[in-house]
Design a protein around this ligand. Structure first.
Ligand SMILES: C[S@@+](CC[C@H](N)C(=O)[O-])C[C@H]1O[C@@H](n2cnc3c(N)ncnc32)[C@H](O)[C@@H]1O
Length: 432
């Protein structure tokens, strides 16, 4: 879903950096700048001109990450037909995340009259209340897609004046401690290092807020729509990729070298020697099932050696993050994802539906490591593996639950073997 971009400005010096961040977007979309207007007037004028179904409102003190617009458009496709989408911005000067950037559905804006807050011209709070009142869907996602920069003092004074508020003692300033000052350039350069999201402040917190409940529950079918953290800690990720040894994998490793490595965005939860061995054994497999996706490192490797990979995870956010990376970053489309508890019959049914009349070449069990769960995963999914296919159990060495389950399963599968690499996680496997 393509969007247009509306930039509102009162001529602040930070506009130059906002525009620069828009120029650097991975997708180019029409940008319309409206100057020295009250928000409500600018919005009304823009609504009558906008040609796309959705548009993004950008203030002149936002610096957007190069993937921001692409990510917001992807969010629209992921959770379609919502009236408003809100994502976070990072404020380095206050060291906090703020709900900031909004994507509006044009149709609703045309039908619901905008109401400005007296004295400020601000419309968002009233608009949100009106949407909820009318049972419209609102998506608040905690992904941090840019920086809300601190402007120069002169700019800030001009800004508050424009909104008819007094500079001194305004609640806008009182509630926003300025801990450190940065130049616009410094703030712009922080885009690459937006801090990893504070996972404690999850979307669930907002469900409790009075103006939210219906919309979110209706929208996301009761799953926590804490969709993804697009920009994790790049350096940490790069480091874990660097320690992976892909050399003996019979796969094209060009996608995981150099610049590309930083775009993988997953933390590898694997010991390289072990996982390399597993990948070698699975090279050329037709369809493989992984139980427990995590951040998707093994899923990615499987997708390079097998024709099709299905992964299950109970965490919706993991699936969303991985599906985004697979499709948008790696341009791979041989992934299938199933969300739910692996031991739930509905999850098994979902896997069977994907398989149709096919059988699995292998199952890789790596979800809940407690004994009962490993046993259940084995009982439910091993029957889906073809004769001569393989069953793997990750973390055999250091997870007592897995150890106990595998030892028990070994009684009926005497050819059980274990691969142990440097990390001593241990992968047990047998041929069915
Ligand atoms: C150790 S991680 C998986 C790592 C992944 N296989 C890899 O190598 O990158 C375990 C994952 O299993 C998921 N999980 C745990 N219990 C589960 C269950 N009962 N059903 C589905 N997923 C589960 C967790 O959410 C977590 O993401």
């Amino acid at each position: 879903m393509n969007v247009e971009i509306l930039v509102l400005t009162n001529g602040s010096t930070s506009l130059e950096w906002t525009m620069r961040s828009l120029d650097n977007q991975t997708v180019k979309r029409p940008v319309r700048v409206m100057k020295d207007m009250q928000v409500i007037d600018a919005m009304r004028a823009f609504i009558s001109e906008c040609e796309t179904d959705y548009f993004v409102k950008v203030d002149d003190d936002f610096h957007l990450h190069p993937y921001a617009i692409e990510f917001l458009e992807w969010l629209l496709d992921l959770i379609p037909q919502s009236s408003l989408y809100v994502c976070n911005l990072w404020e380095p000067w206050a060291r906090r995340f703020r709900r900031g950037i909004k994507v509006y559905q044009l149709e609703d804006l045309k039908n619901i009259p905008l109401r400005a807050k007296p004295g400020t011209g601000r419309i968002d709070r009233n608009y949100l209340n009106d949407l909820v009142e009318q049972n419209k869907k609102v998506v608040i996602d905690h992904s941090t897609v840019g920086i809300h920069s601190l402007r120069e003092e002169e700019d800030r004074k001009k800004y508050t004046k424009l909104w008819g508020r007094r500079w001194r003692g305004s609640s806008w300033m009182k509630g926003t401690p300025i801990r450190e000052k940065f130049t616009q350039e410094q703030q712009y350069n922080m885009l690459e290092e937006i801090p990893y999201h504070n996972t404690k402040s999850r979307f669930g917190d907002f469900i409790e807020q009075k103006h939210m409940p219906k919309t979110i529950k209706a929208n996301m079918d009761n799953r926590t729509p804490w969709v993804m953290h697009l920009w994790k800690d790049f350096k940490r990720v790069q480091k874990s990729i660097a320690t992976l040894d892909f050399s003996d994998l019979k796969i094209d490793i060009s996608t995981v070298s150099g610049k590309q490595a930083s775009r993988l965005w997953f933390k590898c939860l694997q010991s390289s020697a072990e996982i390399s061995k597993v990948m070698e054994m699975l090279a050329g497999a037709d369809v493989v099932l992984e139980i427990g996706l995590g951040w998707g490192a093994t899923h990615f490797l499987l997708s390079k050696v097998a024709h099709e990979v299905i992964s299950i995870d109970k965490k919706f956010s993991n699936l969303v993050l991985c599906s985004y990376i697979m499709k948008k970053v790696h341009k791979l489309d041989n992934s299938q994802f199933v969300t739910g508890d692996s031991t739930d019959v509905k999850t098994v049914e979902a896997v069977k539906k994907i398989l149709g009349d096919r059988q699995l070449d292998a199952v890789y069990i790596d979800a809940n490591h407690r004994y009962e769960y490993v046993m259940k995963d084995h009982d439910l999914y091993a029957p889906l593996v073809r004769d001569g296919g393989m069953v793997f159990f990750h973390d055999y060495v250091h997870e007592p639950g897995v150890h106990k389950a595998v030892d028990e399963i070994e009684k009926s599968h005497r050819d059980m073997r274990v691969i142990v690499g440097k990390g001593k996680l241990g992968t047990a496997w047998y041929v069915k």
